[in-house]
Design a binder for this molecule. Structure first.
Ligand code: BDP
Length: 559
């Protein structure tokens, strides 16, 4: 599935802007135009825009509706692209059902047939999380319960476009690269009914450096893609009636028992777990916020992020390619823990969820396969991997992932080594989230280094796999100072992170550190959450806390 782009052969019309919006009941069907809808911005979550608490906390269905017109050209097919709605949605054109979105973090791409002069697009979104969704959740007495630590924002979260393609068109392009001495072999697979396929590869300066049909194309003296030099080529695919340009990078990834390699050199991963989250927008895609985030990542000397805990927008993935930020791409398998009793059992995380989990991995790889920034797949965050049922579940999920994806695979572990992890031998890189001195032995800075070091070494020695610490952090209220430091102060966050850094530097097999979190973010209300999770190194409005410069200095030289 290609991202909509306009050129001589294709048109793209944005439907972003103001839509009509209202909450609707269970059996609502948009046969007739909605009356009494209010205004709603797209893309955005509705939760932080409305002023009525009942709508903000609404559990169930909402309707988004927009009337639009586009010039309909002879010989063209028209399609609708919604980057994501949270969560499941049903889409209607002029009152007739045309398809559904299955999950809150994936694009919906549907044919638009019988377009009229004026058309009514209706999107009915269900924001409920159940034991059949990912993330999972349950609704109890009309209240949404979920076990992940970010707010259940809902709405049309990513850009909406109507686009046209010629009847016979390029449906998909897959680019793979191999570096071999002084040239690179670029393998191009094109999914199309067109007869004639011509491929050209342009360098950064727009010079054509190689040409051929679909198949293998040899690029001499390739510039490899890396965080230090995120060199992007452009593949131009032309057929008798269609054209599409896709950027790509030439890079090689490998993993052994001790290291992660990019272009044959070991790389230490420095960066953050993040969230799509901003004031008023909620999880709405926003180019200004996206660019600010990447500017800050580069300023920090970060080289990587994890898309905790769900696939980020396609626009963010393209920026990661441009800025040279390595991405651990995570599916929305989060909160698979703490349901009381066992989690991986039939009435909870059953075969239905497993089938969805596999489907979402396939969709993620299909969406992100051409991004050079994507270097690892994360199949879950903090699942109950100490349970026997998790072994059967993840054996199936991970072997499926390997059948659709040739990236190294990781799973992000909450399970302590001493509790008997049941899944970690199945992955290539083990990611662990640890909060010594915060959630355990709170405030005991003197214990952090030793406990962290011991844990990393146990995992590494036992499994003989590289370890990345994918989360460590302390809630910090900006402007709160104390000498000597006390928890929640900016000084404490700095000292806390420094103790963790010492442990990483002393632990063999530690291949990276992702601070939790890049910026403060909204989560469900709770007695440990004052206006959200405050573990950000940046405030929610993207200004640095005291610790930022210390980390920036560390990452400038840390290899
Ligand atoms: C970890 C979760 C993350 C939370 C974090 C925290 O993976 O989503 O936000 O803890 O508590 O367990 O700050």
């Amino acid at each position: 599935m290609l991202y909509p782009k306009s050129n001589q052969c294709r048109d793209v019309y944005s439907l972003n802007g103001i839509w009509s919006f209202k909450t609707v009941d269970e059996n609502y069907c948009p046969a007739e135009p909605a009356k009494d809808g209010g205004c709603m911005a797209v893309p955005a979550s509705f939760n932080e825009i409305v002023t009525d608490r009942k709508i903000k906390d609404h559990v169930g269905k909402v309707l988004y509706e927009k009337v639009f017109s586009v010039p309909v050209r002879e010989g063209m097919q028209y399609r609708l692209r919604i980057g994501a709605t949270s969560h499941k949605s049903d889409v209607y054109l002029n009152g007739a059902y045309i398809g559904s979105g299955v999950n809150g973090y994936f694009p919906i791409d549907l044919p638009l047939e019988n377009l009229k002069e004026e058309n009514r697009l209706s999107v009915v979104i269900d924001n409920r999380l159940t034991f059949k969704t990912l993330p999972p959740g349950k609704v109890v007495d009309g209240r949404q319960i979920y076990n992940h630590d970010f707010y259940n924002f809902a709405g049309i979260h990513r850009d909406v476009m109507v686009y046209s393609v010629p009847q016979k068109h390029i449906r998909d392009i897959q680019i793979k690269t191999v570096v071999d001495g002084d040239y690179s072999l670029v393998s191009v697979a094109v999914d199309t009914d067109c007869e004639k396929v011509v491929c050209k590869i342009k360098d950064k300066e727009n010079n054509i450096v190689a040409e051929g049909g679909a198949g293998l194309i040899k690029v001499p003296n390739p510039h490899t893609w890396s965080p230090e030099s995120p060199y992007l080529y452009t593949l131009v695919v032309e057929t008798e009636c269609d054209k599409y340009e896709e950027k790509f990078g030439i890079r090689k990834i490998a993993v052994d028992g001790k290291h992660f390699y990019l272009n044959d050199k070991p790389v230490y991963l420095k960066g953050f777990g993040m969230h799509e989250d901003f004031f008023i927008l909620g999880k709405g895609n926003n180019p200004a916020v996206n660019v600010r985030n990447f500017e800050l990542l580069k300023w920090m000397n970060a080289n990587s992020i994890r898309t905790s805990h769900y696939p980020y927008s396609e626009e963010i993935m393209s920026l990661a390619d441009e800025y040279g930020i390595l991405v651990i791409d995570e599916v929305p398998a989060v909160g698979m823990h703490w349901w009381g009793g066992l989690n991986f059992e039939p009435e909870k995380l059953s075969d239905d969820v497993k089938a969805l989990h596999k489907d979402l991995i396939a969709r993620l790889i299909a969406r992100d396969k051409n991004h050079p920034s994507v270097v690892m797949l994360s199949v879950a965050n903090e699942a109950a991997t100490h349970e026997d049922g998790a072994r059967t579940y993840f054996e199936d999920v991970i072997s499926f992932a390997r059948s659709v994806c040739d990236l190294p695979i990781t799973i992000v572990e909450f399970t302590k080594f001493d509790d008997g992890p049941k899944v970690a031998d199945l992955v290539d890189v083990i990611a662990i989230n640890r909060y010594y001195g915060w959630y355990t032995d709170h405030g005991a800075l003197d214990l952090v280094r030793g406990q962290m070091k011991e844990e990393i070494e146990k995992w590494h020695t036992h499994f003989n796999k590289p370890i990345i610490v994918a989360e460590f952090g302390a809630d910090t209220i900006e402007g709160l100072h104390s000498l000597p430091s006390e928890s929640f102060s900016e000084e404490f966050q700095e000292e806390y992170l420094i103790e963790n850094f010492k442990a990483f530097d002393e632990s063999e097999g530690c291949i990276g550190e992702h601070v939790w979190n890049f910026a403060d973010f909204k989560t469900k209300p709770g007695i440990t959450r004052i206006r959200g999770n405050r573990k950000g190194v940046f405030t929610k409005d993207r200004q640095p806390k005291l610790v930022a410069k210390t980390i920036k200095a560390r990452w400038e030289t840390k290899k």
